[in-house]
Design a protein around this ligand. Structure first.
Ligand code: C5P
Length: 226
């Protein structure tokens, strides 16, 4: 049995991937399964926390996650997370949030016109929810945690990108994981490095998403105790 070391704590977790409408039937989305976020919510419930899970487009409503708030778009996710965060000791942003959304969303389906080039889709940047939470601290002493799903590329490795992200976002902790080519998204395993706001490594964990969830909460708990 796990210790009920999060008893009396209120936490918010976001999970899944947001969708931005292009027209009434089409969207820009991503392939986040929501499994790591759901595992985080379940682990927190098991450890005694009062949990709100804000789930974006999860395949099915999850059980054992506390209060479940389903959302679709980034705007909805932002509203739900911010509302729950007013009372929260910790917020963990595990959701894959769309960085951009279409500027105009027509009421009717976009039609293909023979012989005509497709109209470009103009995009605008979404608010960075994690950075807002880290900057505003809706509740004093609140621990703010982000995820950095990195593919790694010629500019540097996964951890280098993750560390830069941690500093840029101002979060207390960032969970860095490698994605792409069968890694992380949709799988039951995860391999993560947790860095602090300065980009220093505080923990590493590899194994099931349940195991990773417990390591994340351990790291959160250490910060809450300070
Ligand atoms: O910048 P990037 O999308 O890679 O950052 C990932 C982290 O930031 C995740 O924790 C994600 O939930 C969060 N995020 C956010 N709002 C956005 C984009 C990302 O909260 N618009």
């Amino acid at each position: 049995a796990r210790p009920r070391d999060l008893a009396g704590r209120r936490v918010v977790v976001s999970a899944g991937g947001t969708r931005e409408a292009i027209d009434p039937v089409r969207f820009i989305g991503n392939s986040s399964s929501g499994k790591q976020g759901v595992a985080l919510a379940r682990a927190a419930v098991a450890r005694g926390a009062d949990v709100v899970l804000v789930g974006a487009n999860l395949a099915q409503p999850p059980s054992g996650v506390g209060t479940f708030v389903p959302v679709v778009s980034t705007a909805e996710l932002r509203d739900a997370v911010r509302a729950a965060a007013q009372e929260a000791d910790a917020v963990v942003m595990a959701a894959a949030v769309a960085d951009f959304r279409p500027v105009h969303v027509p009421d009717a389906k976009i039609k293909k016109v023979a012989g005509q080039a497709p109209a470009p889709i103009e995009l605008v940047e979404n608010p960075d929810i994690l950075r807002e939470l880290a900057t505003e601290r809706l509740r004093p002493g609140q621990v703010v945690v982000g995820f950095a799903a990195e593919t790694g590329d010629a500019d540097g490795d996964v951890l280098t990108h993750g560390r830069a992200k941690a500093r840029r976002k101002g979060a207390d902790l960032v969970v860095v994981n490698a994605v792409g080519a069968g890694k992380a998204f949709g799988t039951d395993e995860n391999d993560v490095t947790i860095v602090d706001g300065a980009g220093e490594v505080v923990e590493t964990a590899a194994g099931s998403k349940e195991l990773v969830a417990d390591v994340v909460w351990d790291a959160v708990l250490k910060r809450l105790a300070r």
